[in-house]
Write a protein that binds this ligand. Sequence first.
Ligand code: CMX
Length: 444
Amino acid sequence: MGYVKERFAAKALPLAAEIKDFVRKNENVSLGTYTIGQIYAGMKGIKALVTETSLLDPEEGIRFRGYTIPELREKLPHLDSCSEPLPEGLFYLMLLDELPTFKDVQHIANVWARRAIVPLHVFKAIDRLPRDTHPMTQFSIGIMALQTESHFAKAYRAGINKKDYWDPMYEDAMTLIARLPRIAAYIYRRSYKKGKHIEPNPDLDWAANFAHMLGYDQPDFYSYMRLFLTIHADHEGGNVSAHTTHLVGSALSDAYLSFASGMNGLAGPLHGLANQEVVRWLLELKKTLGKNITTEGIEHYIRKTLAEGKVIPGYGHAVLRRTDPRFLAQMEFAKKHCPDDELVNIVWKVFEVAPQILMETGKVKNPWPNVDAHSGALLVHYGLVEYDFYTVLFGVSRALGVLASLVWDRALGHGIERPKSVTTKWLQEYVASLQSKKEEPVAG
Ligand code: CMX
């Protein structure tokens, strides 16, 4: 057993017993009520999930194990040549609830590098798909093809004791994270670079090696990938990709099946696919406005998009009510590395005018930009212009959070998820019964 796994077992197993006891003693404590409006609005705001790795505050933004994004950028280990954190360190923090040392980060990087070899049949499965298949579909199928490697599925079939579920889940999570960059880079080079694949460089860290396999070896791009893969990793448990991974895992589906399901959710335009939609929208804006990329021109374009019954991609959020700190971290990065880039400047101009227009609609609850509003312009700046691929980058990062959570789910013995559903007729009758009770004459 590696030392990270030993530390996880030493921490998680006593905690599982502690939480069981906590639940037993407090099982009737109410967390408040929820409304019919919330049910129809996608269960927003209903506290119904437990996720240990991160917590989202509507006003402040995300905290990973208590640390904000600016704090992570300051406190997580980084290379001497780069001030951005190494995402291996964030994974360690989310898994163990402890800030890693540089040595811990190197250890994780070494484990992933040793496990990074992808079996040939995975590439063959991807190669059977038409080359113009959307990269997220190829990614999901690649992950599914890798499921032949699952330790959890084999252990379950062999009759593993439920107390030990976390162990093969840990192994699957580590192996899957190790292999995702290779699968993602394979899809990129297959789809856009005539299948000219690039061998991994084991001397590079996880993020830089990914950038290298994609074909982008600029040191600044390595830095951006470290930042990108850190900030997209987790956003508590209720977002579609995290919730889906957790839900499917609750049926004891292994890490590959669960994570592929999460990626199918990430591929929706209201979630992760928004990063490709933002660049598509920005390029259309540029084409429509020509040289007239003024405040008035952008305002007009935003109003036209809304009038056509479409959303402004990259704006709004189901929980956040302020500018996303993940947007701000990328803005800060861009100000340092490419302040004169044309598309980046358009992102900033849209930021100046879009919130006011969205507020004027009177219905958008959060008019501020989210993480996806900025990433694409930076990727275009570094030459990665094939925007249909952007959600795959998001997916590689999201693996860190949702797979750390999946290991915790099995260690804590979370049960199969199965909320109760009712029909609209049931709700109508329920409301009518409440009204008739109110109208009943009071005795005496
Ligand atoms: N542009 C136009 N209208 C928007 C909007 C936007 N950016 N954001 C919200 N609205 C609209 C909704 O479509 C909804 O309209 P209807 O009442 O006509 O259905 C209304 O405002 C209220 O929505 P809300 O409560 O503010 O937002 P939701 O929680 O329902 O949805 C989100 C959140 C992110 C799906 C939504 O803001 C949106 O569609 N944004 C654009 C897509 C996007 O950037 N997604 C990425 C989110 C981050 C991520 O997961 O990666």
